[in-house]
Design a protein around this ligand. Structure first.
Ligand code: FES
Length: 102
């Protein structure tokens, strides 16, 4: 069973936005795509960059450093130079809060 951890107020994450948060000592990037919330590690698999500082276009996050891309729903790389998936985490909105299962 998932161990849900409070990440932030749901109002902090608008549709089409990415947000970096600390959850249980982990740097997590949250995304809202068409109302749904997704969570990944906040670290590009290609280098030292925070994905939460990148551009979210639909379900695609573009890394701010070398502009590689990932699908935030699956963690799969979708554009070079990224070739290694990033970790994803279950996320949900409940009672005005965003929760992540680490
Ligand atoms: Fe993200 Fe290079 S650090 S694409």
């Amino acid at each position: 069973m998932a161990d849900w951890v409070d990440a932030c107020d749901a109002g902090e994450l608008g549709d089409g936005e990415a947000l970096g948060v600390q959850v249980g000592g982990e740097a997590i990037a949250l995304y809202r795509v068409d109302g749904a919330v997704y969570a990944t590690e906040d670290r590009c698999s290609h280098g030292l960059a925070s994905l939460s500082e990148g551009m979210l276009d639909g379900p695609t996050i573009e890394c701010p450093l070398h502009f590689g891309c990932f699908d935030v729903r699956t963690g799969a790389p979708t554009a070079a130079p990224c070739s290694v998936p990033i970790r994803i985490f279950p996320a949900q909105e409940r009672d005005g809060r965003i929760l992540v299962a680490l």
